[in-house]
Design a protein around this ligand. Structure first.
Ligand SMILES: Nc1ncnc2c1ncn2[C@@H]1O[C@H](COP(=O)(O)OP(=O)(O)OP(=O)(O)O)[C@@H](O)[C@H]1O
Length: 305
């Protein structure tokens, strides 16, 4: 199987409420999959079913050849959304203990723990009790404890939450490193910027249903590109340019900024050429690609991430 993880028609109901609705997708080996959706979309419920912490109401899961994560737990690394480690243990001891549960001999686990802690700038904190570490440091230790047994499949539930921008960037580096050494990474997030930078593939979930499955470029193609013009402009003239679907104007100190959303497939260069040909008083222009966040809003029908 080319996929490390595959879901077919997976549904999870809590009583009459459907949290995950007929969900199918696959995470290819050695790739980074972003599992995206607003709060309450069903991401955690899905990951819990993959791990075998909850049973699907319907559908099938194949994770590293097993029906759920329990039979292959030594080959999976998991960072839960709820954080917490043994507060009176040191980072090294916590990592060695958890790696030991996954079959890594103590000496080897200690060596890996020190290497990973040092790589994360936590060499000095390695032998202090976890309760004395900052929240961000403790979170890094928890991440390390999820990957010290060198799992084939790494599942991270909202790994960026609670980290400052510097540590978020460091975590992006860790995730890239995991994929470079051949691991499959699945991470959930409601922050699109991380997914946009990291993912080979994204699955978007809204209210339990999959609304998109594909690469970042394909996701972005769902949102309009825009031509942004600044100057002493007449909004109606911009709206009449070829390929412009609708416009939005904001006042500037001098003149205004008109953002013209382009119709699907419209040629932005042609619209810009026409703007100059018509003598519009343009002092600045930009052809703007949509962000994944903008695509997400279109795909979820305005359900903000
Ligand atoms: N054990 C449960 N019993 C009843 N409802 C639940 C249970 N667990 C989750 N839900 C509901 O299912 C929906 C999906 O929750 P889930 O935690 O899977 O979403 P999520 O996408 O991970 O969101 P978040 O990022 O907020 O954790 C939510 O409406 C939640 O209230």
């Amino acid at each position: 199987m080319d996929a490390a993880l595959q879901l077919d028609g997976v549904t999870k109901r809590y009583g009459a409420f459907t949290a995950v609705d007929d969900l199918s997708f696959a995470a290819r080996r050695g790739k980074i999959l972003g599992f995206l959706g607003p709060n309450g979309a069903g991401k955690t419920s899905t990951l819990r079913m993959v791990l075998g912490l909850a049973a699907p109401t319907a559908g099938r899961i194949n994770v590293l050849g097993a029906a759920d994560g329990r039979a292959v737990r030594e080959r999976i690394g998991f960072l839960p959304e709820e954080r917490g480690l043994y507060r009176r243990m040191t980072p090294v001891d916590a990592i060695v203990f958890l790696a030991g549960l996954k079959g890594v001999p103590t000496g080897e686990a200690r060596r890996r723990a020190m290497t990973l802690l040092e790589a994360q700038g936590l060499g000095d904190a390695a032998k202090r009790q976890i309760r004395h570490l900052s929240k961000g440091m403790a979170q890094k230790v928890q991440l390390i404890s999820a990957i010290a047994h060198e799992p084939e499949l790494v599942i991270l539930d909202e790994p960026f939450s609670g980290l400052d921008p510097v540590n978020q960037q460091a975590l992006e580096g860790v995730i890239r490193g995991l994929a470079q050494r051949g691991a499959t990474v699945v991470f959930s997030t409601h922050v699109m910027q991380h997914a946009e930078r990291l993912c080979d593939h994204v699955v978007l979930l809204a209210k339990g249903r999959k609304v998109f499955d594909g690469d970042i470029e394909a996701a972005k193609a769902h949102a309009p590109r825009a031509l942004v013009l600044e100057g002493a402009l007449d909004e109606a003239m911009v709206a009449a340019l070829p390929g412009v679907a609708h416009t939005h104007a904001e006042p500037l100190e001098a003149g205004q900024r008109v953002t013209a959303a382009l119709a699907p497939g419209a040629n932005g260069q042609a619209a810009l050429k026409a703007a100059f040909a018509q003598g519009l008083d343009i002092v600045r222009f930009e052809l703007k690609e949509p962000s994944l966040h903008e695509a997400f809003i279109v795909l979820t029908g305005g359900d903000e991430a």
